[in-house]
Design a protein. Structure first.
Lengths: 282, 394
C-alpha cells in the first residue's frame, strides 16, 4: 500500500495523494456510488484540485457516481513518469493507480489529452475498462484534419497573457469560463500548475507528429467496449473531422457533436457533456 | 585576458520595432522566410565575414560565431560552415563556435567530427562550444524540450569521449546508443579543443562548467550586468568547491559594446540599433510579446521567474532611452567604456570578454569604427591594467 495523505474537504471533495510505483499521484474524489475514472485534458488541468473549486463537470458526474480524478503525470502534484515514457507506460500507470486505490473494472471518461490516454489504456487493458466516454480526445493522427499547433499556441508571453492559447482551446476565449480557467494575470500557484501541466503534455506529446500516437489509428478496432465519442463542432485543437475517424475505427461507438463548442468541452459544456455521459453510462 | 569579437550575423532589414511588432509576433520560428532577400543575404555574409576577419587585423584574441535556426536574429544555422570559411581567412585568432546545439544533432558524434575537422583547418585554434540550444530551436526542429538537458549532458560526455577515447568503442547511454564510435579525424588540440558552455544563469550549468574545467560564458546580454555578477560569484565558489585551479580566462562575459566619439554621440548612434536588436530581433526569445520558451525547457519556477523578469524589463524600457542603456552600459566614449569594462572584469575576475559589437541594424560604417576604437583604444588599455591584477590573484 502506498502512503496516503488526505487534505481537508473543499467543495465536497476529498483530495489525497497516493504513491504508485514510487511516484506521487495527486487525486480528487467526489461523489458516491459506482466509481468513475475521470482523466482531465489540456485545459482543465488545474481546475479539479485546490485551491480551485471542483469543476462543474465533476459536480454533475458526482451526482450519480464516485468520481476519481487523478492529476495526470507531470500535472499538478503528480510526478512525471520519467524520461522516454511512452503511451505504454501511461497505460500501465493507470492500471497501477487503479490497483493502488482498489478499483476494478471501471467506466472511464477522458477529455482531450486524458481522452487519448483513456483510449490507449482501454486498448491495452480492456478488462479494466467497462465503458468509455471520450470527449475531444487527442492522439489520432488524421492528416485530413490536422489541428492547430497547440504547443506553438501555448508559447508564453512576456507581457500580454494567455489570449492566444485561450483562443485555440475555447469557443468563447474571452468569456467568463475561459477567463476563469486562464486569466491573463494568472496567479503564481496556478501559473506553476499550468506550465507544469504543459510539461506533462510535452513529455509525451512533443514528438513527431505532436500529441499523436501514429499507431493508434491502426489499433482502434481493438477498443471493443461500448464507447461514446463527444466532440465540439468548432474544436480547433482537434478538428471535428477527427471525430469521424474515431467513430469509424471503433467497433462499438456512438458520436455526439455539440454545435458551437470548442476543445475545452469539460469546462465550456459541462452540463451537456455530463448529461450525455450519464445517459450513456446509465 | 582575452578579448573576443562575438557575431550573431543579424538580419538588419526589418522595419523599426514599433512597426515590426504591430504586424509580427516574433523574429523567430514563424517570421516568414519570404522576407529574406537572398541577394542582400550574400552581401551580408560578405560584410560579416570581413568584420570577423578584421578583428584579427585589429589585434583581438578571438572571434565567435553561433548556431540559431529559422529567424532574423542570426543567419547562421550552421556556424561550422562560417568557422570553416574563417579558418581560411585568418591565421592567429582563436575561432570559437558557441556553439553546436547538441540535442539538435542526431547523432551528436557529428559535432565531434566537425569540430575535429575545424581544429585541423584552423591549425588548433578552435574553441568548441557545446550548447543546449535556445528554446525556439525546439519548436523549429521539433525536438522534445523536456529531453533537452538530459540529452545535452549525455551528448557532452559522448563528444568528449569521441575525441579522447581510442575508437571504436560502443556508447550505451540513456539517449544515445552507438555501437561504433570511431571518428576520423581526431582533433589536433590535446586532449581536445577547449570546451565552452554558455549559460543564462542556471546554477546547474555554472557548476557543471566549474567541475569539468569547461569555460563558462554568461550570455544573458538582455539582462543588466549585475545578473552576471551573481553568476561569476557562483562560478568561483564552484571552482573552489571542486578543488580546481583558478583560471580567469575560463569565465567569460558577453556584453554589447559600442564605442563612439563621446558618450552622448555613442548613445545617439547606437540607440536605434540597440532598440532594433532588443525590440525586433530578440522578440520571441525574450521581449514583451510571444516567447518561444517551450515546456520542460525550464522548470516551472524558473519559467515563471523568467516571464516576471521579462515583464519587469518591458516596464523599465517603457521609461525611455535611459532604461535601454541601463541594460547595455558598455555604450559610450573610449574613456567610459574603458573604465566600466575594467571595473567590471576586475570585480568579477572575468578573464574573457566577448564583445557584441556589430548588433541589430548597426550599419557597416558605424560598426567598423566602433570595432576599431574598441580594439585599438579600449582593449589594450584594459588588458594592461587587468593583466597585472588578475595575475596577482592566481
Amino acid at each position: 500500500m502506498g502512503a496516503r495523505a488526505r487534505r481537508g474537504d473543499a467543495g465536497g471533495r476529498q483530495v489525497s495523494s497516493v504513491t504508485v510505483a514510487g511516484r506521487r499521484v495527486e487525486l480528487a474524489r467526489i461523489g458516491s456510488g459506482e466509481p468513475l475514472l475521470y482523466l482531465h485534458g489540456l485545459a482543465d488541468v488545474h481546475s479539479a484540485l485546490p485551491p480551485d473549486p471542483p469543476t462543474q463537470l465533476l459536480h454533475r458526474l458526482a451526482s450519480s457516481t464516485a468520481v476519481v480524478a487523478p492529476a495526470l503525470p507531470g500535472y499538478a502534484g503528480s510526478d512525471g513518469l520519467g524520461p522516454r515514457a511512452d503511451v505504454e507506460d501511461h497505460a500501465f500507470h493507470l492500471v497501477d493507480l487503479l490497483d493502488e486505490i482498489g478499483i476494478g473494472p471501471v467506466d472511464v471518461v477522458g477529455a482531450s489529452f486524458g481522452g487519448w490516454l483513456a483510449a490507449e489504456f482501454a486498448l491495452r487493458h480492456p478488462t479494466r475498462v467497462r465503458r468509455l466516454v471520450l470527449a475531444a480526445p487527442l492522439g489520432l493522427h488524421v492528416r485530413d484534419a490536422p489541428g492547430v499547433l497547440f504547443f506553438g499556441a501555448a508559447a508564453p508571453r512576456g507581457v500580454g497573457g494567455f489570449g492566444e492559447v485561450r483562443g485555440v482551446l475555447f469557443a468563447d476565449p474571452d468569456g467568463p469560463v475561459a477567463l476563469d480557467a486562464l486569466p491573463d494575470e494568472l496567479p503564481r500557484e496556478r501559473a506553476l500548475r499550468w506550465f507544469g501541466g504543459l510539461g506533462g503534455a510535452a513529455a509525451l506529446g512533443w514528438r513527431a507528429p505532436q500529441l499523436c500516437d501514429p499507431k493508434l489509428a491502426g489499433r482502434l478496432d481493438r477498443i471493443g467496449m461500448p464507447t461514446l465519442v463527444v466532440w465540439g463542432a468548432d474544436d480547433r485543437v482537434a478538428p471535428v473531422g477527427q471525430a469521424t475517424a474515431w467513430q469509424r475505427g471503433l467497433p462499438d461507438a456512438r458520436l455526439e457533436v455539440i454545435d458551437g463548442a470548442g476543445h475545452a468541452l469539460s469546462l465550456e459544456e459541462p452540463d451537456r457533456l455530463a448529461e450525455l455521459a450519464r445517459d450513456f453510462l446509465r | 585576458m582575452n578579448f573576443f569579437f562575438f557575431h550573431l550575423m543579424p538580419w538588419p532589414y526589418l522595419p523599426p520595432p514599433r512597426e515590426f511588432l504591430r504586424e509580427h509576433e516574433a523574429a523567430w520560428v514563424t517570421l516568414s522566410n519570404a522576407i529574406y532577400d537572398p541577394e542582400r543575404g550574400v552581401a551580408l555574409y560578405d560584410r560579416y565575414l570581413d568584420e570577423l576577419v578584421a578583428a584579427e587585423t585589429l589585434g583581438l584574441d578571438g572571434i565567435v560565431v553561433n548556431e540559431h535556426h529559422q529567424n532574423a536574429y542570426g543567419i547562421m544555422p550552421s556556424p561550422n560552415l562560417i568557422a570553416a570559411a574563417l579558418s581560411q581567412r585568418t591565421e592567429r585568432v582563436r575561432i570559437c563556435v558557441l556553439g553546436n546545439a547538441l540535442p539538435l544533432w542526431n547523432p551528436p558524434i557529428r559535432v565531434a567530427e566537425e569540430y575535429a575537422m575545424l581544429d585541423a583547418l584552423t591549425g588548433g585554434r578552435l574553441i568548441a562550444g557545446l550548447v543546449v540550444g535556445g528554446g525556439p530551436e525546439y519548436y523549429s526542429y521539433n525536438v522534445n524540450p523536456t529531453e533537452a538537458r538530459g540529452r545535452f549532458r549525455e551528448a557532452v560526455d559522448l563528444v568528449v569521449r569521441a575525441w579522447t577515447e581510442p575508437g571504436p568503442f560502443s556508447f550505451d547511454g540513456d539517449w544515445y546508443h552507438l555501437p561504433y564510435v570511431n571518428p576520423w579525424p581526431r582533433p589536433l588540440q590535446q586532449p581536445h579543443p577547449p570546451v565552452w558552455i554558455p549559460g543564462l544563469g542556471s546554477p546547474g550549468t555554472i557548476d557543471f562548467c566549474a567541475e569539468r574545467g569547461f569555460g563558462y560564458i554568461g550570455v544573458a546580454y538582455y539582462a543588466p550586468p549585475e545578473t552576471f555578477g551573481r553568476q561569476a560569484a557562483r562560478y568561483w565558489e564552484s571552482v573552489e568547491r571542486a578543488g580546481r585551479p583558478v583560471e580567469p580566462e575560463k569565465l567569460g562575459w558577453l556584453t554589447t559594446v559600442y564605442v563612439g566619439d563621446t558618450d552622448e554621440e555613442a548613445r545617439t548612434e547606437a540607440a536605434p540599433h540597440l532598440a532594433y536588436f532588443a525590440g525586433n530581433l530578440a522578440a520571441g526569445f525574450v521581449g514583451a510579446g510571444k516567447v518561444w520558451m517551450p515546456p520542460g525547457y525550464l522548470e516551472p519556477e524558473a519559467l515563471v521567474q523568467f516571464l516576471a523578469d521579462l515583464r519587469a524589463t518591458a516596464d523599465r524600457h517603457r521609461d525611455g532611452r535611459g532604461a535601454l542603456f541601463e541594460t547595455y552600459p558598455m555604450v559610450g566614449s573610449v574613456e567610459t567604456v574603458r573604465e566600466r569594462l575594467l571595473e567590471f572584469v576586475l570585480r568579477h575576475r572575468i578573464g574573457t570578454v566577448l564583445g557584441l559589437l556589430s548588433f541589430g541594424s548597426l550599419p557597416a560604417g558605424l560598426a567598423r569604427r566602433s570595432l576599431e576604437r574598441y580594439a585599438q583604444e579600449v582593449v589594450p588599455w584594459v588588458r594592461e591594467r587587468a593583466a597585472a591584477t588578475l595575475a596577482a590573484g592566481r
